[in-house]
Write a protein that binds this ligand. Structure first.
Ligand code: GLN
Length: 488
């Protein structure tokens, strides 16, 4: 049962071949078996899951089933869930129990899903290997004995979904946190257009970049999850008025004489990637050509400066967003001699090293001496990148590029902070521009590990992004069934 995709499970639930309770129990058993070793959940919610499943079964019996009824999912532990601990993987919020439900998790409730638990992540979603989590890093189920990273920051979600500990789930992508972990675990991860999914009730990292989105095993599954997550929300002032509604299977946009111009980014051609990535990228391009795609070179002149701009803007916004964790209102408090001392002691004890680094960088770039030199300059680069993408989309319909330079690395790789930041090279520009990008399996490397490519579109072209991703998925044919990945 664990190997069923969302699409397959929904069919069996509707035909009553399986019940939501059976499906949920299968997942809970597997979480019992492998959850600790994989460390993909911070909190498991078995009672909630079983009561959600019972409600689903009642709806199926009454003929009043909801769009995603009975699907057992994992919610990234950045989304506030009413009455259920929400930690952001930080000691600061270790015991925080929200009094409210985030818009995205509420939409999943409204769609009938079953909540298995809250998935692990980098602390406040700052990181690339999920190693900054206060609860320790999740493990990639591919070649599990090697203890590879499942990526970050949504690494708990990708670890859980690839191993069959959730049928699908949510992530958030501020600079690549849905796409990078999905790519190195053989999954489909969609960062939608900024504003398509509400940020309300999602613990803030960098508000102008934070983008909730779905992670699943197939493109159709991701499209179904996104349909449930998306939609206008008056509680989020940056929420778009547009919605997203997919009917699956998604319709092909190539083949049968259909034409499509696919852009390849000139500036990425000189970026070093592994031989495997090169080979798979070229193979998928050849496949798309064979069904009618025309490949055009497009230029995003400032794209190699996207990292520098991102690592100014994201910490700046984070330093402001995280100012609220002062030991006064909620979360950890370490008493000091006076109020300032309490602030200091609380923040020193509650935040890990990477979060503290970003608070310092963010505060520095926002200070009056460096605001013009750093922050305004980064904002200009951001605008230029966004304009260049707009121009590029006059010359092509969609863009494809690698999602990462190589396969999953061992968790104990000893990288400097800057080396971690550099891993985001292929993903951050899309956040700066607010455009949709989907990472989809491109094939397996020689070492047997999966690699992904991204499909990128203009704002609100999320549907076509997914449609093209589906063609790539079919050509790549990566077998990502959990029992295949885990060998059990
Ligand atoms: N790796 C990036 C960072 O550390 C992206 C994180 C994210 O998208 N949340 O900021």
């Amino acid at each position: 049962m664990i190997n069923l995709t969302i699409t397959e499970a929904l069919k069996k639930l509707k035909s009553k071949e399986i019940s939501a309770t059976e499906l949920t129990k299968a997942y809970l058993n597997r979480i019992d078996q492998y959850g600790k070793d994989l460390n993909c959940y911070i909190t498991v919610t078995p009672e909630r899951a079983l009561s959600d499943a019972a409600a689903s079964d009642a709806r199926y019996a009454a003929g009043t089933s909801l769009p995603l009824d009975g699907l057992p999912i994992g919610m990234k532990d950045l989304f506030a869930t009413k009455g259920i601990r929400t930690t952001a993987a930080s000691r600061m919020l270790e015991n925080f129990i929200p009094q409210y439900e985030s818009t995205v998790s509420q939409k999943f409730i409204d769609a009938g899903t079953v909540l298995l638990g809250k998935t692990n992540l980098d602390e406040f979603a700052m990181g690339t290997f999920s190693k900054t989590s206060y609860f320790g890093a999740p493990i990639n189920p591919w070649q599990m004995e090697r203890k590879l990273t499942a990526g970050g920051s949504s690494g708990g979600a990708t670890s859980a979904i690839a191993s069959g500990l959730a049928i699908g789930g949510t992530g958030t992508d501020t600079g690549g946190s849905i796409r990078f972990p999905s790519a190195i675990t053989g999954l489909v991860g969609m960062k939608p257009t900024y504003g398509l999914c509400s940020r309300w009730g999602c613990v803030a990292f960098a508000s102008s970049l934070d983008t909730p989105g779905p992670i699943a095993r197939t493109v159709d599954d991701a499209a179904l999850l996104l349909s449930a997550m998306a939609g206008h929300d008056e509680k989020d002032s940056t929420s778009a008025s547009a919605g997203f509604h997919a009917h699956t299977p998604l319709e092909p946009i190539l083949g049968d004489g259909k034409k499509l111009r696919i852009g390849v980014i000139k500036e990425f051609a000189n970026v070093e990637v592994s031989q495997d990535m090169k080979r798979l990228f070229e193979a998928r391009i050849a496949d798309l050509k064979s069904i009618g795609a025309e490949i055009v070179e497009v230029s995003i002149p400032n794209i190699l400066n996207a990292l520098a701009a991102y690592y100014i803007i994201a910490p700046a916004e984070a330093s402001s967003n995280l100012a609220r964790y002062d030991g006064m209102r909620y979360g950890l408090r370490v008493e000091g001699e006076n109020i300032y001392d309490t602030f200091k002691k609380t923040r020193a004890a509650g935040f890990g090293e990477e979060v503290q680094r970003r608070m310092i960088v963010g505060t520095a770039v926002l200070s009056s001496e460096s605001y013009e030199v750093y922050f305004m300059q980064a904002a200009r680069v951001r605008r230029m990148i966004s304009d260049s993408f707009n121009k590029a989309f006059n010359e092509c319909d969609l863009i494809i590029c690698p999602a990462s330079a190589g396969t999953a690395m061992p968790l104990d790789s000893d990288l400097t902070p800057l080396e971690y930041y550099a891993l985001d090279l292929f993903t951050v520009a899309m956040n700066l521009a607010g455009i949709p990008a989907c990472s989809v399996p491109a094939g397996l490397a020689e070492n047997g590990l999966p690699l992904g490519v991204q499909v990128v579109g203009k704002r609100f072209d999320d549907m076509r992004v997914l449609q093209l991703a589906k063609h790539i998925e079919q050509f790549a044919g990566v077998d990502n069934r959990p029992t295949k990945i885990m060998g059990k």
